[in-house]
Ligand binder design. Structure first.
Ligand code: MG
Length: 406
């Protein structure tokens, strides 16, 4: 991480001048009439005093999906620290652009180690906007900016592997609607799919898996995500019931910190296990590696680059797991959005989740961006490219224009 720096005393140093946050509802379903647990996410607009094309550069971010909005933490702790910081604490040596690593240190000033709670999500939300703004100021797509400042000299991947996530249980006509959803994923060009299990009886989970596998080119094009719902007994029963189904991977198979159960399930399951989605720090990642029973040559790491205190925290997790012998190809980050697409390309990770029909307008790809044989190319617009996803950009642009009542 870069050390503290000084900038030329007569040079103007750029600043963050405004941060806005709003909570917005999101749904696991394409059909808005289906209940989805009142899920929300935070959107943020972070305005700098750097001007491009006659307008101040604004970075956009959101809280990924699955952990609700973070407005209180963002408004009370983390945004005020960014706004109060001296430009020299946020900017690169030339004072011309944000240094996302320095901005990250500003956000975490005074925070004690451990006890991650949900502050890791709040920090990650703002961090996404900081990277978006920095890449826009640099005038490059985010994957290229990340590769330059955190990629260790590697060339970003022009295309990355991507799969379609979704397949949440439907309250009625579940199997028929699930199969319709998967057919629509395949029609979009995806070859690999992930569905949810764990919400009902195990026999129901097996039915869902077999119904979808019948639609795919091979059984191992399907991953199944139990959403951390199984207790120890059900986890082991599921591992035994599913071990001959040749899944691509079996995900979130028990409580994220129940390493004892997970390791026992690995022993009886044999196939690939995916874990790490609900772990948020390098210290937790180290525990997963030491005690979770996982095998670096076979298993999958799901850490979310937003939920892990943003990209600087995610990079620490990658380092921790590489120190434990894990290859970068094991990382398939959770989230299903454009930020992850850039991260995977820049860092050479295994691949990316996309949520074509869930979490609109945050899931899905940019306008005109279609998978080709299960691979996608990152947007080429400066920054993350939210501007190239019409429905999502409309939401962010509205926030950036809103009158703020303080
Ligand atoms: Mg999961």
């Amino acid at each position: 991480m870069p050390g503290r720096h000084t900038s030329p005393s007569n040079a103007r140093v750029m600043r963050i001048v405004d941060v806005r946050e709003r909570s917005v509802p999101i749904s696991r379903y394409n059909d808005p009439s289906l209940p989805s647990g009142a899920l929300t996410t935070s959107i943020v607009a972070l305005t700098t005093d750097v001007v491009r094309a006659g307008k101040p550069v604004v970075g956009y971010g959101f809280s990924s999906v699955g952990r609700y909005a973070q407005g209180g933490l963002i408004r009370e702790r983390f945004a005020p620290r960014l706004l109060a910081a001296a430009g020299t604490d946020l900017a690169n040596d030339a004072g011309t652009n944000l240094d996302p690593f320095r901005a990250w240190s500003v956000m975490l000033k005074g925070e004690k180690p451990g006890g991650h709670g949900e502050r890791c999500v709040a920090v990650g939300t703002l961090d996404m906007a900081i990277w978006d703004a920095a890449a826009k100021i640099a005038g490059v797509p985010l994957y290229r900016f990340i590769a330059d400042v955190a990629g260790g000299g590697r060339t970003p991947d022009a295309t990355i592997a991507a799969y379609a996530g979704g397949g949440y249980p439907y309250p009625s006509d579940d199997l028929a609607r699930l199969c319709d959803e998967v057919r629509a994923m395949l029609a979009q060009g995806f070859t690999h799919v992930k569905i949810k299990i764990g919400a009902g009886p195990l026999e129901r989970d097996v039915e869902r898996i077999e119904a979808v596998q019948a639609l795919l080119a091979a059984p191992n094009h399907l991953a199944a995500d139990a959403m951390n719902a199984y207790d120890a007994e059900r986890c082991l029963a599921a591992a035994k019931a599913l071990r001959n189904h040749h899944l691509w991977w079996f995900e979130d198979i028990c409580d994220p910190l129940d390493f004892e159960t997970q390791a026992a399930a690995v022993d009886v399951y044999h196939g690939a296990i995916a874990a790490g989605e609900a772990l948020f720090s390098a210290a937790e990642a180290k525990l997963l590696d030491r005690y979770g029973g996982l095998r670096p040559a076979k298993d999958i790491l799901l850490f979310d680059p937003v939920h892990t205190y943003g990209l600087p925290g995610y990079l620490r997790i990658i380092q921790t797991m590489e120190d434990g012998g894990w290859p970068r190809s094991a990382f398939w980050p959770h989230g299903g959005h454009l930020f992850c697409v850039h991260v995977v390309s820049a860092l050479g990770l295994g691949g990316c989740e996309v949520n074509p029909f869930s979490f609109a307008p945050f899931g899905g790809l940019a306008d005109g961006m279609m998978p080709q044989d299960g691979r996608i190319a990152p947007p080429q617009a400066p920054g993350i490219g939210f501007e190239t996803k019409t429905d999502l950009h409309a939401l962010f642009a509205l926030l950036a224009r809103e009158e703020v009542v303080r």
